[in-house]
Design a protein around this ligand. Structure first.
Ligand code: PGA
Length: 250
């Protein structure tokens, strides 16, 4: 069970320090995996707080697939390692939608993250138009298989997947627990075809307007192994409420 907060483009350094301090206090000690993914420039300040208090891990929201070089404005896996990251979100729908990320670039980043000892949280999910056209499974299949091309069974044990239907992100609309379970089971079957038995150990997170109120039911579903939380991760109490729901679901 992993509950990960995606702060997106929110918080300056001071706000990040205040938020992570409240998150650490509100979460307290926990038996499940918990992570926060602040903006790049605030990874250092958040890590300083986290290295003093043990139960929350650090993640980034994106990375570049190259080791170093002439890629103005980009951040490498090595830099994320050096600043204390355990996780990195790859292929979030906002990156696909606004920054031209493709399954190919996503695949390069997932490959590099795994080779660098980072745990990639590979995001997949269909748009409203695709769901209304009955194409959600085709879209998710293409994103999962494209994103994971060439990944070995050994490396797969370090993977995390996140199903985030685009129509549920930041909209207040949530997939019903049944809709989530249906796609999560579908993703599990794709992972099982590709990686075999290890697929049952790969966490599949749900993301899209998860809140303390709807988290218990979503997290109780068999193939929902955690949450990727946007809006609610910016409020320490709400985030901790989802962590409590995660603890209760295991
Ligand atoms: P949301 O975002 O919880 O605000 O819907 C989830 C995400 O984009 O990861």
């Amino acid at each position: 069970m992993l509950i990960a907060g995606n702060w997106k483009m929110n918080t300056d350094a001071q706000e990040a320090q205040a938020l992570i301090s409240s998150v650490v206090d509100a979460v307290g000690s926990t038996t499940i995996d918990v992570a926060v993914c602040p903006p790049f420039v605030n990874l250092g300040v958040v890590n300083q707080v986290l290295s003093k208090a043990g139960s929350v891990a650090l993640g980034a929201q994106n990375m570049h697939a190259a080791d170093s070089g002439a890629y103005t404005g980009e951040i490498s896996a090595g830099m994320l390692n050096a600043i204390g990251c355990t996780y990195v979100i790859i292929g979030h729908s906002e990156r696909r939608q606004y920054f031209g990320e493709t399954d190919k670039s996503v695949n390069e980043k997932v490959t590099k993250a795994l080779a660098s000892g980072l745990v990639p949280i590979l995001c997949v999910g269909e748009t409203l138009e695709e769901r209304e056209g009955g194409r959600e499974e085709d879209v998710v299949r293409a994103q999962v298989m494209g994103g994971l091309e060439g990944i070995s069974i050994n490396a797969a044990s370090e993977l995390v997947l996140a199903y985030e239907p685009v129509w549920a992100i930041g909209t207040g609309k949530t997939a019903s627990p049944e809709q989530a379970q249906e796609i999560h089971a579908f993703i599990r079957s794709l992972l099982s075809d590709k990686f075999g038995a290890i697929s049952s150990d790969i966490p599949i997170l749900y993301g899209g307007s998860m809140k303390p109120g709807n988290a218990p039911e979503l997290l109780s579903k068999q193939d929902v192994n955690g949450g990727l939380i946007g809006g609610a991760s910016l409020k320490a109490d709400a985030f901790a409420g989802i962590v409590r729901a995660g603890e209760a679901a295991v």
